[in-house]
Design a protein around this ligand. Sequence first.
Ligand SMILES: [Zn+2]
Length: 524
Amino acid sequence: MDATTGSTALETFVQTMTDRMTTLARTLAAWVQTEPRTLQQQEAQLLNQLHELGSLLLSGLLELASPCPVATLACPCGATASFRRLRPATVTTLLGRLTYRRATYGCASCKKRHAPLDLPLQVAAGSFSLGLQELLALLGATQDSFAEAAALLARLCLVQVCPNSVRAATEDLGATLVQHTQDAASSAQNQDILPPAQPAVPRQLYISMDGVLVHCRTSGWREIKTGCVYTTRLQRARRAPYARVLRMEQPSYSASLAEAAPFGWQLCVEAAVRGVAQADELIVIGDGAHWIWTLAEQHFPGATQIVDWYHASQYVWNAATSIHTEASAARTLWAKQQLDALWEGRLDEVLCSLAPHAGDAGAVDAAVSYYTTQRARMDYPSYRARNLQIGSGTIESTCKQLISARLKQAGMLWSEEGANAVSAVRAWLKSGRWAAALALRAVPQRRYQQSGLVLSEEPVAKPAARKPPTAATARELPVAVRERVQAELAAEAVYHPWRRAFSIRQQCRQMAARPDAVERAATA
Ligand SMILES: [Zn+2]
């Protein structure tokens, strides 16, 4: 924009906004003086007015930022595009829907239209601003449903969007994150390239894995695999000040609907970022799921493998219920004896106690099989002596907070892409990487008919005008039927509900005028 035009536009803008503000102040002053208003009424009124004013201010600023149109500019096709007109663009922002005008150019050679201002401003006509999209994704991933997210947005920001827009914004961000994670995982798998570790490398690093089932529309119940990389800190117990408990710190999460092998590479990348190669000690905690220990052997060899204490003790309780069918003191005593033995690492003793009851093809056999398979991962006295966490409560709560709380609400059915995307958004958010997630987003672009063009507006072909019914279609109906239909339609038009008079007297008059009035009176 040249200096003179620029300063004129600026002055006009300042004057317009000053006038608006003066009018607003006067209107509000009159409003507040007509009758007593509570603080709540005043703040609601002011918020609405400021929202409208903010929208005007923002559209004015967008136009001010627009450079003065030039006669011609270079078109990506190599030809020259010439100035057409100042074309309005509508965009929905945190301050509501606003329209601003920007210069558009047309290319006579490739017939495309360009709006060069859209790229530096990072807006796409007809879409949402990046600020609004961020809020939509945040609410879409954290509220119970997309509809609740839209309602909360309207309540907090006075911006109305439909639940599907919230879904689209959340899933778009999720798809970007899923793609980024997959790219990093495939670089690690195929080229042996791992991302650099973050600066603060912990001495001791925990990796915990688990799965949670989510109901998908086409494939039924599918397992979302979750992984959590974290450190621990000894903390004073709340109820026993002299006792110390291990608390999780700095968790970062991975979640994916992928199979175990690709998920393993994703978790491998996450562990690399957290400094798995530099940490002195690595601990993998999980339940008895086979895939967990396969991944642990493949990606984290040398790690201390621990089977979660609570899962291990659950097998004792199941076996106790199977042996002592009724809930009795003997059952509790037996279970406690086995748990004590398990806690103190006397696994042979537990297996001996189970042996007389083996062969039930039920809980006892399951316990024997579990303890035999997981034996090397159940050296609990040694883990306790080394101050290691022995419960997978961390990953259990991860599954609940990360996945179940949002994706397993009553009656929820997900598309595979949707479940994967929302899980990814929640994983990044809960790992404290929201800013990094937003930085991965592409600059918004208007979706054109032909891809590969960044700044062009495709001239949209007009839809073909609806053809009047041809003589052939008209002839398809026999003449008598056609005449009767036309007569019925003409009669209908008189007393159609749309045309029904509002007053009772007029309605009665209309009913009396209907051709079938006599018949109806007779049958009544
Ligand atoms: Zn061109």
